[in-house]
Design a protein around this ligand. Structure first.
Ligand SMILES: [Ca+2]
Ligand SMILES: [Ca+2]
Length: 392
């Protein structure tokens, strides 16, 4: 699989001091719309693109800043924004309608993900007896909030939600360590365990109920994992020097994207992203094998991909890259190939897969580049079959 690189623009074109953890691309929907956070006039602002990659500022809930973490197939975005009354550096969760107008989801909330029904998962924070804590929540499209509780400890966060309303995230267990969890569509949690270490995090979930995230192994390194719909983890390993994997997204085909970190590991990413980004790279899984995205780009023109943050159901990937010291948003689109099942040969199996995609928008099978998959694309592939009559 090869990808064509499209640059969506610079995210840190003006200076900002003190903060930086929010800057970056967050997610992509099936129409190719991307959302993320960039610097506008010295403040973080959430943005959305149209399917042509043009950025629009989503504004704020009245304060200085906003950030974006997720987008659904209706073009609704969620995350966090300062309001007119928020203290400095604080805000509330928001959700936008498909026209980009923000609605405030309530005090002390944060939105992390949104499904196609407009359900948001995230967290609500509270201070009890002087202790700051947060709990995973689901907020329905009518504004009703459900607290998902913990796994016996004090805190939890919901990181992703699928169209059945299943949530995955991280919850503290009774011994104080953090474990990945998944819920059923009624919010009942299951502890997904670890890969032999003490901690794990569930970062993404697809409509089949597969969870992708990170888990600690017995030797203390952090590996990417994917579960089956029964919650059993498969270890996807690491890349680079094997220190730390960060998982961002999984699509309905089970492909996973994220970042890998060389030493120094994760903490540096939060405190100084620009400095630590040079220690990281972006990955995608291809039939369950983790691959460095920098090796799969046909035309990156000097850009270094440092994180992959979202993947949609036609395999388009969005993330951040560095070019000449500035952080850029990118879109990767699969380069069209007749070898649809990627087994190295073109035959009737591939033609059947492409035929099934007929009349859809899928760049992976759009051989003539006219924007959709048609019988013309199949004809091109018939001529590329390895054997007579396209036999296997
Ligand atoms: Ca093939
Ligand atoms: Ca076509």
């Amino acid at each position: 699989m090869l990808y064509r690189y499209t640059d969506l623009g610079i995210l840190n074109g003006s200076a900002i001091s003190g903060k930086g953890a929010y800057l970056g691309v967050a997610a992509i929907n099936n129409a190719g719309q991307v959302t993320g956070t960039r610097i506008v006039d010295g403040s973080f602002h959430a943005f959305i693109t149209n399917s042509s990659g043009q950025m629009t500022d989503l504004g704020t809930l009245g304060g200085d800043f906003s950030t974006a973490t997720a987008i659904n197939n209706a073009g609704q975005v969620t995350d966090y924004s300062q309001t007119t009354t928020s203290p400095t550096g604080h805000g509330n969760a928001f959700v936008t309608n498909s026209s980009g107008q923000m609605t405030d989801l309530g005090n002390d909330t944060q939105g992390w993900a949104i499904n196609d029904a407009g359900q948001v998962t995230g967290s609500v924070s509270s201070v009890t007896d002087g202790n700051y804590n947060y709990h995973a929540i689901v907020i329905n499209s009518n504004g009703q909030m459900t607290d998902l509780g913990t796994l016996g400890g004090d805190r939890s966060s919901g990181w992703a939600i699928n169209n059945a309303g299943q949530v995955t995230g991280t919850a503290q267990i009774t011994d104080g360590s953090d474990h990945a969890f998944v819920t059923d569509s009624n919010g009942q949690k299951t502890d997904l365990g670890t890969l032999g270490g003490s901690q794990s995090h569930g970062r993404a979930i697809n409509n089949a109920g597969q969870v992708a995230g990170e888990a600690e192994t017995a030797d203390g390194s952090i590996h990417a994992f994917v579960t089956n719909s029964s919650g059993q983890m498969t270890d996807l390993g690491t890349l680079g020097d094997g220190h730390y994997m960060g998982v961002s997204d999984i699509n309905n085909a089970g492909q996973i994207v994220g970042s890998f970190f060389k030493a120094p590991a994760a903490g540096a990413f939060v405190t100084n992203p620009t400095a630590s980004f040079k220690y990281s790279g972006a990955f995608v899984t291809d039939n369950g094998v983790v691959k460095d995205l920098n090796s799969l780009v046909a035309n990156s023109a000097g850009s270094t991909l440092i994180s992959a943050n979202g993947i949609n159901d036609v395999g388009q990937i969005t993330g951040t890259s560095i070019l000449n010291g500035l952080i850029h948003a990118f879109l990767l689109t699969p380069v069209a190939s007749c070898d649809a099942n990627k087994d190295g040969k073109v035959n009737v199996t591939d033609l059947s897969i492409i035929y099934t995609a007929k009349n859809t928008v899928n760049p992976a099978y759009d051989l003539d580049g006219d924007g959709k998959v048609t019988v013309r694309d199949m004809r091109i592939c018939v001529l590329k079959c390895n054997n007579a009559n396209c036999q296997p």
